[in-house]
Design a protein. Sequence first.
Length: 257
Amino acid sequence: MTVAHITGSARGIGKAIALRLAQDGHDIALSDLPSMSEELEKTRTEVAAHGVKTAALTGDVSDPDSVRALMTDTAEQLGSLDILVANAGIAQTKALLDVTPEEYDRLHAVNGRGIFLCYTEAARQMIKQGHGGKIIGASSIAGHKGFALLGIYSSTKFGVRALTQAAAQEWAEHGITVNAYCPGIVDTNMWVEVDRDLGAINGVGKGESMKAMAAGITLGRVSTGDDVAAYVSYLAGPDSNYMTGQSALIDGGMLFV
């Protein structure tokens, strides 16, 4: 049985990924911030209903010691670490001239350093185990195009693509593949917050900003966490064994690159 660890998995896309990978037969380690412990345990119960082994862990992906503990605890509690999904992330909607250095650092601490730490600590564990693995990171449509009012967020997601390419090249000799998924507009709490903040900046009502963005989706709807999870299922499975260093869009046809 393979073991998958999904960060930021108490709710949203991370939860959807955890449920899908459990359906696929992987044992699942879930992790999120200590403040999300109650939701995390509820998700763990849902995941365990698929008949797989589970662990619910708390930590901060921006903290090196915390990330190291998340990876080692996964291996100790579930037997190994075969798949990492570095999903945890945050967003901010703000004009560049209004962003403070502290806000810049906060986004990069979670979305940039957090991905780096999760990638490297997972790789160390996988190399120690000696049978390879799959590392999968959360980029975004904003990692392919910089968006106004999402400039700092976009910069972090471009960084995920670069780390993914570099890690894929460095760790191939260990049998580790590294890929990223790039969602578009997803019906999650994060995008509800983005819609709210865009609405406040542009003086439009609730849901109007998301509606305007959704008008540019070729398939005619915003995505769900399940849409993203289906692609991550592919990346976590054997059919993607010859794929590495890639950051594919799952956006319903917003960008064509």
